[in-house]
Ligand binder design. Structure first.
Ligand SMILES: [Mn+2]
Length: 349
């Protein structure tokens, strides 16, 4: 009867105790669930949706359907979706009129980047962005703002549920953690590191290499050129306007590239996708503040969100000239960063 014979439980197991049961109970006996990742889903959102769907099916036989709004644009993300073989479909209007319970992953009610109607109470919310008040209405919520990826949280649920992910799911979750934390280099916690190395021996290495080397359409280089031509360098900040973009994630891709510029502490890239000005903000500042910056400059004109070092926002054009709007936003950025707003900056190239 000695406790020494009892298997020592890890901190994760202690923390996760009872959570799988609570998650399953949130569906209240329903046999279907609609899983919504955030709009224009990225690898973390896609992988998390798949993992949640798998857990619900395996544990209680629930039929899960993953539906998304927006587009999967980035070449790597398109390659991931191809590899996973139709893991999700486009959301249609009637989806949200059904009585089917809804789960949100990698986003929360009222975040402005998902299709959940304001009047609908989600059954499940699992996310790693800042906790929102609206999330308290969910039957089950697990929001951990400190964690680097929602895929990390879902990996813990798989482990706690005793479900071994197959290579496709492991690859998706691994890639979700890798991209959201820039290979564990940005905002990764012990939980992310543990999940990453739990998944690593289970992934399809060849598939991941192909996904990461995905080829891009010619338009990518046109946008790249426009970004470089318009980029202006201020004291520690780089601001560019890409113009019309083939997909909304492109602003973020361009911002990641410009952040490589020596001396750049802040990068803000703007571009237009379907009557909306998309903003991507990146910072090298250790104190972060990317989310605060984008919220400040977008204000009530649109929606914004993000983490310490990367954030994004969108502003509906409502008939305004996108270039003029980008100009006005540039002024706001310079003010917020306490840079000289008469400074026109230096052209990058
Ligand atoms: Mn995420």
């Amino acid at each position: 009867m000695s406790v020494a014979h009892e298997k020592r439980r890890s901190p994760v197991e202690v923390f996760m105790e009872g959570r799988v049961e609570a998650l399953l109970a949130a569906l209240n006996g329903a046999d279907e669930v609609l899983i919504l990742p955030h709009n224009d889903p990225d690898p973390d959102a896609i992988a998390s949706a798949m993992a949640l769907c798998h857990i619900l099916t395996e544990k209680i036989g629930v039929q899960g359907e993953i539906a998304y709004r927006g587009i999967v644009g980035r070449a790597e993300n398109r390659a991931l979706v191809r590899y996973l073989g139709k893991p999700m479909r486009r959301l249609v209007g009637s989806d949200l009129r059904q009585k089917t319970p809804i789960a949100l992953v990698d986003t929360q009610p009222g975040a402005g980047n998902n299709a959940l109607p304001v009047s609908t109470t989600p059954a499940i919310v699992i996310d790693h962005h800042a906790l929102r008040d609206e999330t308290s209405i969910a039957a089950f919520a697990d929001v951990r703002p400190g964690v680097g990826a929602t895929s990390t949280i879902l990996t813990e649920y798989l482990q706690e549920a005793g479900i071994e992910p197959d290579p496709a799911l492991a690859t998706a979750l691994f890639y979700g953690i890798k991209t959201d934390t820039m290979g564990l280099g940005r905002g990764a916690t012990d939980a992310d590191i543990a999940a990453y190395f739990y998944l690593q021996p289970r992934i399809d290495v060849e598939a991941l290499v192909e996904i990461e080397r995905a080829q891009v359409p010619a338009d990518y280089f046109k946008s790249f050129d426009a970004t470089l031509q318009t980029a202006r360098v201020y004291d520690g900040a780089v601001i560019s306007y890409t113009g019309p973009m083939g997909y909304p994630d492109l602003a973020a891709e361009m911002a990641d590239l410009l952040l490589r510029l020596e001396g750049s502490k802040w990068v803000i890239c703007m571009g237009v996708y379907k009557d909306t000005l998309i903003l991507a903000v990146r910072t090298r500042s250790r104190r972060g503040g990317a989310g605060r910056l984008v919220q400040k400059i977008v204000g009530d004109d649109g929606s914004a969100g993000g983490h310490g070092t990367l954030a994004g926002g969108q502003i509906p054009l409502r008939g305004r000239n996108p270039e003029e709007l980008a100009q006005a936003i540039t002024q706001r950025i310079l003010e917020h960063l306490k840079l000289d707003d008469d400074d026109e900056g230096q052209p990058l190239v």
